[in-house]
Design a binder for this molecule. Structure first.
Ligand code: GAF
Length: 357
């Protein structure tokens, strides 16, 4: 129990306990910093924070998943340590006028580490929510998501988009968040009840801060400079053709964004019915998305390609890598009455992989 961990570390009960879900993205990868569409959903698994205020501008954090107690100053800079996400979020909350002077925090998660299921977004959004509870204030969910991204971008130094923070701040398990990342307009769509979106960890751990995500972001920045606007997902056919003559790598990156954005819009429209034909179409979009991530955006790895291929071959409606790439998880859409058989077969064929949910 997180309250017990908190009490043992700090000698008193927490003032608030907050659960924030992780997320899995069903389709729409690397579109969120290019003005495109995404379709994530919250998981039942996530991050729980127990908190109380301090008055001495210190942040003391005990984690059930990491060793020891982190003893930080509220004014600290990032130290490449797991506690940075909490310190950064509390610092920003204070600067925005709703944070405590310091805090005691206990953190626990049942999300696998390094799996690309947005544990860091859950920690930052959860910490900002904790600051709201401690200060008796409430801001719109979009604002909390934007502040959480600011922590990642400016304090941690990861140039991520807005998908993860919006997903964990707004969607609930069983609901997909169909989000336009340019306007932040969104629709919550109930997921079809006869299908399960299975999340399987490849066993390959990755960190967004390891540099490869940043390279893709820099390639997209280069495309933006060439085409003269930020909306790579809306790049015209003519501009795409012109790009293919200038730089074949950037051409493939841009083609991924354009195709992925369109597929995400079309796939979201299919979710409104339980009809098998719609779910077949949804699955085809998932499969195409994986192909595009593998061949054009080049963010998959052979072990995940093989996991995805088998997931498709063993009867999923569709399957794809999910998240920033280079490891982490696969998501597959499977008819509920086939999940057990499908899962046993897939995990037998891929012993390094593990079931998340
Ligand atoms: C990571 C990032 F944090 C998101 O913003 C998004 O770009 C995703 O990778 C790829 O779609 O989760």
């Amino acid at each position: 129990m997180i309250e017990t961990t908190f009490h043992e570390a700090f000698g008193h009960a927490p003032d608030a306990t907050i659960f924030t879900p992780g997320r899995v993205n069903l389709i729409g990868e690397h579109t969120d910093y290019n003005g495109g569409q995404v379709l994530p959903t919250a998981l039942h698994r996530g991050v729980t924070l127990a908190v109380s205020s301090r008055m001495d501008r210190r942040v003391r954090i005990i984690s059930e998943g990491f060793d020891g107690l982190a003893d930080r100053l509220l004014s600290d800079t990032a130290q490449d340590h797991w506690s940075d996400y909490i310190v950064g979020a509390l610092q920003l909350a204070k600067a925005q006028g709703f944070g405590p002077e310091g805090a005691n925090v206990a953190v626990a998660t049942d999300l696998p580490v390094g799996a690309g299921l947005s544990s860091s977004a859950a920690v930052t959004v959860g910490t900002l929510d904790a600051a709201q509870v401690l200060s008796g204030t409430e801001r719109p969910r979009r604002d909390i998501a934007l502040l959480a991204r600011q922590v990642e971008n400016d304090f941690i130094g990861v140039p991520c988009g807005i998908m993860d923070q919006m997903a964990v701040a707004i969607s609930k398990p069983g609901q997909a968040l169909s989000l336009d990342t340019k306007t932040l307009d969104y629709e919550l769509i109930d997921l079809p009840k006869d299908y399960h979106f299975a999340v399987i960890h490849s066993g390959i751990h990755r960190k967004l801060s390891d540099g490869r995500y940043k390279i893709r972001k820099e390639e997209c920045d280069a495309i933006k400079r060439i085409i003269g606007h930020d909306d790579i997902c809306l790049i015209s056919k003519a501009a795409l053709r012109a790009l293919s003559e200038v730089d074949p790598v950037l051409f493939r990156r841009a083609r991924h964004c354009r195709v992925e954005h369109m597929s995400t819009i079309l796939a979201a429209a299919k979710l409104h019915n339980e009809d098998i034909h719609d779910m077949e179409a949804f699955g085809i979009h998932m499969n195409e998305s994986h192909r595009s991530m593998r061949d054009d955006f080049e963010i998959t790895v052979p072990a995940i390609d093989s996991l995805v291929e088998d997931a498709q071959a063993f009867g999923a409606m569709g399957a794809r890598m999910t998240g920033g790439g280079f490891g982490g998880c696969m998501v597959a859409c499977v008819a509920k009455d086939q999940v057990e058989v499908w899962k046993d077969r897939l995990l037998r064929a891929h012993p390094a992989a593990s079931w998340v949910c």
